[in-house]
Design a protein around this ligand. Structure first.
Ligand code: GN1
Ligand code: MG
Length: 376
């Protein structure tokens, strides 16, 4: 059992207690931190049983998800819908697609609240698969796009009214700008060349930041069920075939614009250095990866994308990179209250990566436009 888990006052015993609430059978033999989530705490639990050896245990960040019960309701609505849809979905021969299962606690609920008030839930682990922090090659990029296309396709007939809005303002860029202004007004900003660059960067793009929300208000784009966080490390890749077989991290499944998802998927997949790189000056947006992700996505999305949807794809790619930079930058200025940070300047470094990526996207506007044009 890994020993470095004594975080936020939780001991290994606390974790085993939480895991015990959900285990279908067997004895817990190992619990270790899993993935690099910036918000929730995620653990991989191992059992001494033959079948279903692993499951995912998560402590939901209640500062971010104020109504975690609603998050679970959305996850269940999603998994039930997709499971039904898959029964007669024409998957290509040899392809598989998995949906995680919500594991119930001993009392039959989809979560467990520990004596200290922490909110725990458990999900099945997608066996025989793994995810990656950055895209490995063109084939992987195509699979990541395919996974998002599958996700949107499988949900395209789920009415948005069936999903709760569990994170108000999520991906509404003008709201993040408003919050940024409030933070700037309240906090004294430690000046540095990097901070100046960030301040200048945001101020030069403010006028454009409502582009997607304006299009929505004008009826050009409409709400659909979205994933909310389809970054490369949430796409599970089959260990044998190298094909995408699932998208995990379903906490932000809710109504939104598919553009948020497409932008988020591309900003994460087409940045070969990854969002945690320390070499922010070298960050760039890779066009070949962009083309491959969009090809994979389009192989499924061509059935539901409208002319207006295509019209706003470039803006979406640029905006979500900018928006994430703005979110990290604001969090740095506010004292790291939202995203987990390993050190004080961590969110500043993350912001610079996204700003640099945005610049690279802007400098390739015509080529990206050409790729999008080729899809129509
Ligand atoms: C957060 O916690 P994680 O890594 O799954 C964030 C996303 C960001 C992402 C950046 C609820 O996701 O919006 O894109 O960090 N999730 C939330 O890595 O804010
Ligand atoms: Mg997430």
């Amino acid at each position: 059992m890994t020993r470095d888990l004594n975080k936020k006052g939780k001991t290994v015993d606390d974790l085993v207690d939480a895991a015990d609430q959900f285990k279908p059978h067997g004895k817990v033999t190992d619990i270790r931190e899993h993935g690099n989530g910036n918000v929730n705490d995620t653990f991989l639990v191992t059992l001494d049983s033959k079948a279903d050896k692993h499951f995912i245990l998560q402590r939901i960040n209640r500062q971010v998800f104020r109504e975690p019960e609603l998050v679970m309701l959305n996850v269940r609505t999603f998994t039930e819908h997709v499971r039904k849809r898959l029964q007669d979905f024409p998957l290509r021969p040899g392809r598989r697609w998995e949906v995680v299962r919500v594991l119930l606690a001993r009392d039959g609920q989809d979560h467990w609240i520990d004596p200290g008030g922490a909110f725990w839930r458990a999900l099945s682990f997608v066996d025989g698969s793994q995810s990656f922090e950055t895209v490995k090659d063109i084939a992987h990029a195509r699979e990541v796009g395919y996974a998002l296309g599958m996700f949107h396709q499988l949900l395209s007939d789920l009415p948005t009214e069936k999903l709760a809005d569990t994170l108000k303002g999520f991906h509404i860029t003008p709201r993040y700008l408003q919050h940024y202004d409030q933070v700037l007004a309240k906090n004294c900003v430690c000046k540095s060349p990097e901070v100046d660059y960030g301040l200048q960067f945001v101020s030069e793009r403010r006028g454009w930041a409502q582009v997607l929300e304006n299009a929505r208000a004008q009826g050009k784009l409409r709400l659909r069920p979205i994933h909310g966080d389809p970054k490369v490390n949430n796409v599970m890749i089959d260990n044998g075939t190298g094909e995408a077989i699932s998208i995990v991290d379903l906490d932000t499944v809710k109504p939104g614009l598919v553009h948020y998802d497409i932008g988020d998927c591309l900003r994460s997949s087409c940045n070969p250095l990854g969002e945690e790189t320390e070499h922010w000056e070298m960050v760039h947006f890779d066009l070949e990866l962009c083309e491959a992700v969009l090809q994979g996505y389009h192989s499924l999305a061509k059935d539901f994308l409208t002319e207006n949807d295509y019209e706003y794809l470039y803006d979406a790619i640029r905006l979500i990179a900018f928006e994430l930079g703005l979110r990290f930058f604001t969090d740095y200025l506010e004292g790291n209250v939202y995203f987990k940070a390993d050190h004080e300047e961590h969110n500043l470094a993350r912001a610079l990566v996204q700003f640099k990526l945005t610049e690279s996207i802007e400098s390739q506007v015509e080529a990206i436009g050409g790729i999008i044009q080729g899809m129509r």
